[in-house]
Ligand binder design. Structure first.
Ligand SMILES: [Zn+2]
Length: 424
């Protein structure tokens, strides 16, 4: 392998086996190919020529994962707590997030989060922050290009140390320089923590500034019942967000487990993306997203970790869980190659719509960011499906640290011998 020349103008060539997913849901299998990148972007991926002198590295290479639903201030307690959603939030997660009012805590944990997420192969994503604007700015200062983040908005039904009027945080966001503002995600934590007026203000703000939106939707039956009681004039949970103008192709809603036909149709029509988080759903006993109905309605969906309910930062673990939970009746057949597309190319396209410089994110296409995750090739494989299944057959506990090396914008960010600070 030719090592990158510098961290800024990263260039290199690599001969290995590649899995190249695309937004159409197919994965190209190249058992012996050469990838070339220059200036941090891919310029070619071609089968190795007969006269190729570069040695095959016996590596399996995937594009960097893209995680559209992850709480960075919960990463240090990922998988540490259990229980149903609402008591889990009140008793464990919110007290843990309160510590991020201290900038020194936020600085240390933001740095650790990116080191660990990149080591797991995640190279871009949408992050939920703690409900503190200053912690959010600390995260943004160390976030590699391609990560978007927003402070959680929590107005009501929240501990006093976490509650804050949305107007104040939105005002702070608006005061940022335009360049800094464009990676901010408007992030109402979930409907029960918001007033109707606060939700509407968030919706108007996101639309006016063209910002992404993220929240949670219909994760748990108790939560759905609570929303019904809090917003009696809304048709359903989805309608609470819809009437606030929060559903659009720039919106990611996590979970969407307990949804009616009307809600699924409305999500599809609005272009909203559902983040399917099977490891989180299993951990909190929330249920299983109805993939067959999501597909039937044509709702956009991606796979995401939902750390810290999800116990690992690894999208490989989420892909493994997706295959496992949907293999049980009632069956919604899913292939390993589809799970890869939902963890790379599909969420990559969502972020590229927000920022054109990310075009091709989550693929190995020409012009795409050279985000590369390198694995020791487990076993010889005949096709993309068997190559991926071989990778996912590794012990679950090993998946988070399975990548041998990770390149971000063509520069080596992680290898077992080297834990570097991500390049901003
Ligand atoms: Zn979440």
């Amino acid at each position: 392998m030719t090592q990158p020349s510098t961290a800024v103008q990263a260039s290199g060539r690599l001969r290995a086996a590649f899995l190249a997913p695309d937004v159409a849901g197919t994965v190209r299998w190249l058992p012996d190919a050469v990838l070339t990148w220059q200036g941090g972007r891919i310029v070619a991926l071609e089968p190795a020529a007969r006269a190729e002198t570069l040695p095959h590295e016996n590596l399996l290479v995937l594009p960097g994962f893209v995680d559209l639903h992850c709480h960075w201030p919960q990463s240090h307690v990922r998988g540490a707590f259990s229980g149903q959603l609402l008591p889990w939030l009140r008793d464990s997660i919110w007290p843990a997030e309160a510590a991020f009012a201290d900038d020194a805590v936020a600085r240390e944990r933001a740095h650790t989060f990116f080191v660990e997420a990149i080591a797991a192969g995640t190279c871009a994503g949408l992050l939920f922050g703690p409900p503190f604007f200053s912690a959010s700015r600390i995260c943004a200062a160390v976030a590699p290009r391609g990560f978007f983040e927003g402070p959680a908005l929590m107005e009501v039904n929240a501990p006093a140390e976490l509650a804050c009027p949305s107007e104040q945080i939105l005002h702070d966001i608006e005061g940022l320089p335009a360049e800094a503002r464009r990676t901010v995600v408007v992030s109402p934590r979930f409907a029960p923590c918001m007033s109707q007026a606060g939700l509407a203000a968030a919706g108007q703000f996101a639309a006016r500034l063209g910002l992404a939106v993220q929240s949670h939707l219909s994760e748990n039956q108790d939560e759905v019942a609570w929303v019904r009681a809090l917003f009696p004039s809304a048709q359903d949970y989805t309608d609470v967000y819809d009437r606030a103008g929060l559903l659009s192709p720039r919106t990611v809603m996590a979970h969407g487990i307990h949804l009616s036909e009307r809600e699924l149709a409305r999500l599809a029509h609005s272009g909203t993306v559902l983040a399917h988080c099977p490891t989180s759903n299993e951990a909190l006993g929330s249920g299983r997203m109805d993939l067959a109905r999501v597909r039937a309605h044509g709702v956009r969906w991606v796979l995401a970790t939902d750390v810290g309910a999800g116990p690992l930062l690894s999208q490989l673990d989420v892909m493994r869980a997706c295959l496992e939970v949907h293999a049980r009746a009632p069956v919604a057949p899913v292939t390993a190659t589809e799970t890869l597309c939902r963890a790379t190319a599909s969420p990559g396209a969502f972020l590229a719509d927000l920022q054109p410089e990310l075009a091709g994110l989550g693929t190995l296409g020409v012009g795409a960011p050279a985000h590369l995750v390198l694995f020791q090739q487990p076993l010889p494989a005949l096709d993309a499906e068997s190559a991926l299944r071989g990778l996912l057959a590794q012990p679950r506990a090993a998946l988070e640290t399975l990548p041998q090396s990770v390149y971000l914008w063509g520069a080596l960010q992680h290898s077992p011998a080297r834990h570097t600070t991500p390049t901003p």
